[in-house]
Design a binder for this molecule. Structure first.
Ligand code: ADP
Ligand code: MG
Length: 400
């Protein structure tokens, strides 16, 4: 990686503006309660490093979509509460609807070494998502240095990442460093066999990933809703399963391209079918040639899961994006869970990208057994597509 990291910065006594991803899920029943604080935890190594090295830390983040105006529903105060539990009196919440104003500037200037502050939701300002010059300048005016550690928004060019980075000496934090080093190594210089497991709902969401991986991997295991467009394109009856008719031709092209690249593609050999996507419905396991016209395939079957697990067992690098079935419902979660277990049991470098896939791993309690579970849904997808992420691209390169 050629980007400067926090360790390349001299932070002692400096005001360091840190873009973190505190876009945490909030409880639907209890107001102002965080239901999962893993995004906060993921940012702590960078924050702690800065504090231990005598920086004055100013944290910025978005939360949800307040659409460019102050809205208590999207206040970062639940996050502030959590940070106060962690950092006690060293922590301050500069809770201003304007995010940055004269009061905030004064308070920032009064920060001492080893102290830490959080500003209000950056998306309270309508310029944030448009990478507005004025808002970026206001944010930059608070600090001497800028660190981006928000991997989850790095595929977007916003004022709080790309805008600020153009105005201050910059570096990436440890979280982004880990994300791009692990995923970057897998894509550029993988230990082989290199296996990709791709699932999720739609082929259209994953075409970019397949196209990029098809020149890099040794095999691709396909599951999830997108498998049925491939199967239908090959002339199979798929009943009422998810189909993107306008992507059938594309699917055939991808299969062709795989052949040209000597990539082995696996498609489901058996599936779990039902009348509808509902918890408690009757399910049946059928071979892929026996899907009735009035049923929907909602998970890969046990034979397929076993075969996929076997391929994973022999791999040295595994990248997984997209659940194998409707894992949110127990009746259709088995395929996803079996693949998750296979990854957990493997000695290979295992990487999981994508919001729902990460959730499935977490739900299965296997997160600790995976080499790297990406913290960015859309960002990890774009990274796997081989795209340049503007939030990372905008960071200063390491000096020679
Ligand atoms: P990720 O967030 O990991 O990239 P996606 O968002 O692409 O994954 O896909 C996840 C969704 O795909 C889940 O909500 C899941 O219910 C759905 N899905 C998986 N298999 C099927 C299927 N056979 N039919 C319909 N939906 C499916
Ligand atoms: Mg998703």
């Amino acid at each position: 990686m050629n980007k400067r990291t926090v360790k390349d910065l001299d932070v002692k006594g400096k005001k360091v503006l840190v873009r973190v991803d505190f876009n945490v899920p909030l409880s639907k029943t209890e107001k102002g309660v965080i239901s999962d604080d893993s995004r906060i935890k993921a940012a702590l190594p960078t924050i702690d490093y800065l504090l231990e090295n005598g920086a004055k830390v100013i944290l910025i983040s978005h939360l949800g979509r307040p659409k460019g105006e102050a809205n208590p529903e999207f206040s970062l105060s639940p996050v502030a509460k959590r940070l106060e539990e962690i950092y006690g009196d060293n922590f301050h919440f500069f809770d201003e609807d304007e995010v940055v104003n004269d009061k905030v500037k004064e308070e920032v200037n009064a920060l001492k070494e080893g102290e830490i502050a959080l500003l209000q939701n950056t998306r309270y300002d309508k310029q944030e998502t448009k990478n507005g010059e004025e808002f970026a300048a206001k944010l930059a005016s608070l600090a001497d240095l800028y660190v981006n550690d928000a991997f989850g928004t790095s595929h977007r060019a916003h004022a709080s990442n790309v805008g600020v980075a153009s105005k201050l000496p910059s570096a990436v934090g440890f979280l982004i460093q880990k994300e791009i080093e692990t995923m970057g190594k897998a894509l550029e210089d993988p230990e082989r066999p290199f296996v990709a497991i791709l699932g999720g709902a739609k082929v259209s969401d994953k075409i970019g990933v397949i196209e990029n991986l098809i020149t890099k991997v040794d095999s691709i295991l396909i599951g999830g809703g997108m498998a049925y467009t491939f199967l239908k394109a090959q002339g199979k009856e798929i009943g009422k399963s998810l189909l993107e008719e306008d992507k059938m031709e594309m699917s055939l092209k991808l299969l062709e391209k795989a052949k040209e690249n000597n990539v082995k593609i696996y498609l489901p050999k058996d599936v779990v079918i039902a009348d509808k996507i509902e918890s408690g419905v009757d399910t049946q396991i059928v071979d892929i040639d026996n899907i009735p016209t009035d049923k929907e395939a909602l998970d890969i079957g046990p034979k397929t899961a076993k075969e996929y697990a076997e391929v994973v067992k022999n791999a040295k690098t595994v990248v997984w994006n997209g659940p194998m079935g409707v894992f949110e419902i127990d009746e259709f979660a088995n395929g996803t869970n079996e693949v998750a277990k296979a990854l957990a049991d493997s000695d290979a470098i295992t990487i999981v990208g994508g919001g729902d896939s990460a959730l499935a791993i977490e739900k299965a309690g296997l997160k600790d057994k995976i080499t790297h579970v990406s913290t960015g849904g859309g960002a990890s997808l774009e990274f796997l597509e081989g795209k340049v992420l503007p939030g990372i691209d905008s960071i200063d390169d390491k000096e020679e």
